[in-house]
Design a protein around this ligand. Structure first.
Ligand code: GCU
Length: 721
């Protein structure tokens, strides 16, 4: 935006809005404080004055409070909740008067969370109905209605029917019982285990409210690298308090169970899943949990990976481990989410192949209430990975997606990266599992395999005790976007960006027009300045922050950068074709055909699958070396563009957010340069070619970058410090 536009923008805002900068970052996308012009304000006010809520549950109270909050904050008015001549009726379909019910297509309420928002005409007057089968569906319908107002939509003849496409929409908290958060960059855990069960902090309600507003219906409270103590009776009391708070918001509580808990808590000599005493121990533990929390969701398990205990320790398989717990949870409708992220103790020929090799042969063997939870890519939440080959390879198993919302490998707390763009790329990828168009979205939402029992999507949370919840103000968008895509995995990143920006800041079109591309492009920017062309895992090995292509760990050569990028005098990249590890073989033939030719593989995955000569001629006619340098520079330039756009956004956001984001973008810009400089200097030793002319002079030597140390790196598992 040029200065002239920004001036016009300011004037428009000044004259047309009830203008105040009360956007509050604590209230996320629910502050109801965006500027609203007087005309719209009057229209909305006149339409929501009298509302009848025909449900007397706690959820009904939440609906009431939310609507009242909207009226007060957005419209400076209050709502009268009345049964005489209401303009809006919020009622379960079974409680609607038959004269209203017959005007509504209740067939479209396909599940217990679906809702309908519809304007009907009664005695020549408009009446707005929000209905569904359950209280929770009414809550979802209400949030959707509120969103229409936040987006300044015309609500005069509104007609919306919606339902979640995925059943389990879950946050995974990697929160430790000592209050730290593994890979968390937004402060400490919001669960105050010390003060629970007695002390019900306001933040628990706010957390539930925010999640309900985007349809998240489950939360795993503790880290996948788990501590068995969460399963002790005193801790279960604490968990119960949280479950009771979350229930009226439609959110179930789940726990990560440590597979060796029968040893640690039950003092048994083994945790062998086929041992009778072990089974009995779990049986009575599960019964204890359900006595306290009758709608407990179930267990998440990280087994035999990165030192976590599991069935393999006892010569048993993942299936034997998962099914033992699933059998015991079945009477209570509980589920097991068994993670496929397995990094075994033994060194593997190619880490990217391990999960597929361990899990694909078990297709069809897991019980119906087991979901296998698979990360989006075969390595580990990199800025870009090819999709995980298990998607499409286990048609008889409920596969659940695991995305990371916290930005472990993507600049952590300081880089602005809009992740729905990454999620969209993964979800829309074609696996060809049942012919063309077999996208990952269709696998995880069950469309492709109709007989699928349970569908799910998990996101590793980015929430902490920071006042704005997520540290970076724009990281809120990733939480929001995850919820939207878990609700409907075909939701576009662009529509999410627009919604989030409008709901959080302002619907002003000048703002939205400039900020939407900023968000959308931010994902490609991080790929470019960190790991272009299919490079991966070249971060510092422990805290995963900053470049570390030189990192070597000779005791575990498969856990370091050198292993992944394989730079040598001949070229760069990991040969995963037939001449190398042949990980490509794990993908369907359509992908193999395209990827097994170095000239037809998408360049975005080139170095993931090939060891490419430095002077290889790329599609742009330049060498690999030149092109790689071009991408690194492009990433830096993109961050510069983000800074320039942001400079003009001051009129639209409150000053704190403006200044914080400005400072963060400065950090991001200097770190994008750090990545470019360090990686290019390191790889140049092998390429032995000059830096292209567009790379500015690098002020330091490689040794300088190698010597940079962080005295404190947040978010690491305490035992790894
Ligand atoms: C990554 C991450 C760990 C985490 C692991 C997992 O390796 O760095 O902190 O425990 O993923 O997903 O289990």
């Amino acid at each position: 935006m040029n200065r002239y536009n920004s001036l016009i923008g300011l004037l428009i805002l000044f004259f047309s809005c009830n203008f105040c900068f009360s956007q509050s970052s604590e209230e996320l996308w629910l502050s109801y404080s965006q500027p609203l012009n007087n005309k719209l304000k009057e229209t909305y006010t006149s339409k929501i004055k009298h509302i009848q809520i025909k449900t007397f549950s706690e959820t009904g109270e939440i609906i009431k409070t939310e609507l009242q909050m909207l009226a007060t904050k957005m419209l400076d008015t209050s709502i009268s909740f009345t049964s005489t001549t209401p303009q809006i009726i919020i009622a379960k379909i079974d409680n609607l008067d038959s004269k209203f019910k017959q005007k509504i297509n209740s067939q479209s309420l396909v599940n217990n969370e679906s809702f309908i928002i519809q304007t009907i005409t009664v005695h020549q007057k408009d009446l707005l109905i929000i209905t569904g089968k359950t209280d929770i569906s009414l809550l979802y319908g209400t949030y959707c209605f509120i969103k229409q107002l936040q987006l300044h939509k015309d609500i005069s003849s509104i007609s919306i029917t919606d339902s979640p496409k995925i059943q389990l929409r879950i946050l995974n908290h990697w929160d430790n019982l000592d209050g730290t958060v593994e890979r968390g960059y937004a402060g400490f855990s919001i669960w105050d285990w010390h003060l629970l069960p007695g002390f019900k902090k306001e933040i628990y309600y706010e957390y539930a409210r925010a999640n309900a507003s985007i349809g998240i219906n489950g939360t795993v409270l503790n880290n996948v690298n788990s501590n068995a103590y969460i399963l002790t009776s005193p801790y279960l009391q604490k968990v119960k308090t949280l479950a009771d708070i979350f229930r009226p918001y439609g959110i179930k509580v789940y726990l990560t169970a440590r597979f060796s808990a029968p040893i640690e808590l039950g003092k048994l000599p083994t945790a062998d899943p086929l041992n009778e005493e072990v089974i009995q121990w779990w049986k009575s533990k599960i019964s204890e949990i359900y006595k306290e929390i009758p709608d407990f969701g179930g267990f998440l398990i990280k087994a035999n990976s990165e030192g976590q205990p599991g069935p393999n320790t006892y010569g048993r398989s993942h299936v034997e481990g998962a099914n033992m717990l699933a059998t015991l949870l079945e009477p209570y409708q509980g589920v097991v989410m068994w993670r496929a992220f397995v990094y075994s103790e033994q060194q593997s020929e190619d880490r990217a192949k391990q999960a597929f090799n361990e899990f694909a042969p078990f297709d069809g063997a897991f019980k119906e209430n087991v979901l296998v939870q698979v990360k989006n890519g075969p390595i580990d939440f990199q800025p870009r990975e090819p999709y995980h080959p298990l998607f499409g390879a286990m048609p008889k198993t409920s596969l659940m997606m695991e995305f990371q919302i916290t930005q472990e490998y993507l600049g952590q707390g300081s880089h602005l990266v809009f992740l729905p763009k990454l999620y969209e790329e993964v979800l829309s990828t074609d696996t060809y599992a049942k012919g063309k168009g077999s996208t990952i979205a269709k696998i995880i939402d069950g469309e492709l395999y109709q007989d699928h029992r349970i569908t799910g999507m998990a996101g590793v949370a980015n929430i902490g005790t920071e006042t704005n919840w997520t540290g970076h103000p724009f990281a809120q968008a990733n939480w929001y976007g995850f919820g939207r895509q878990a609700w409907d995995p075909t939701t576009s990143a662009e529509s999410i960006a627009k919604e989030w920006l409008s709901m959080t800041f302002t619907t002003d079109s000048l703002f939205i027009q400039q900020m939407t591309p900023l968000l959308i492009n931010s994902r490609e920017a991080v790929v470019n300045y960190m790991t272009p062309l299919g490079l991966h895992h070249i971060m510092n090995a422990e805290h995963h922050y900053g470049p570390g292509p030189w990192i070597a760990n000779m005791s575990r050569p498969d856990w370091n950068s050198i292993y992944y990028h394989r730079a040598d005098s001949l070229g760069l990249g990991f040969d995963r074709t037939q001449t190398g590890s042949n990980a490509l073989e794990q993908y369907p033939k359509e992908i193999q055909e395209q990827f097994s030719n170095i000239h037809t593989i998408p360049e975005a995955y080139l170095l993931w699958f090939y060891h490419v000569p430095w002077d290889f001629k790329m599609k742009n006619g330049h060498t690999l070396w030149y092109t790689m340098a071009w991408y690194y520079q492009q990433g830096v330039n993109e961050v510069k563009n983000m800074q320039q756009t942001w400079e003009h956004m001051q009129p639209y956001v409150n000053n704190d957010i403006y200044q914080d984001t400005r400072m963060l973008l400065e950090i991001q810009y200097s770190e994008a340069q750090w990545w470019r400089n360090a990686c290019l200097l390191y790889f140049q030793q092998f390429a032995k070619m000059p830096l292209p002319e567009f790379i500015p002079e690098i002020p330091h030597t490689l040794d300088y970058y190698k010597a940079l140390k962080f005295p404190y790196a947040p978010g690491i598992h305490p035992s790894w410090n």
